[in-house]
Design a protein around this ligand. Sequence first.
Ligand code: DQA
Length: 146
Amino acid sequence: MKILVIHGPNLALLGEREVAVYGKFTLDEINAALTALAKKEGVDLETVQLDGEGEIVEKLGKARKEYAAVIINPGAYTHYSVAIRDAIAAIALPVVEVHLSNIYAREEFRHKSVIAPVAIGQISGFGINSYLLGLKAAIDLIRNKK
Ligand code: DQA
């Protein structure tokens, strides 16, 4: 069983970018924590950071053949990318939406997620734990389906 984690735009700068909002962990540290949890659970994990909307759409399109589930932090695309929303709707894979910050406690333009209606669920506001909870949820989901 293989799970894909997609980190969206600007997330390569974690650890130095708006630390008060996104926390002190770097992307490498988040990926290391995810990989450790995946190992403990006995699943394969791939992580990728993509800034481009088209790149994310392309990766999702290819994911349907290779992975059992996807964890995605779509970054700012969360709030307006119909292309990413449609890419998720097009693939028959469970997709878990995660956010480091609580998007509902921030600026009004962040309160809407166009991704949420096509995701299995959304985890928002727990920093690095949003990813770990998302991975846990995805693993449970896949196991319960079998
Ligand atoms: C984010 C929240 C988005 O609003 C923002 O544009 C991001 C990160 C989060 O993880 O909290 O880039 O997705």
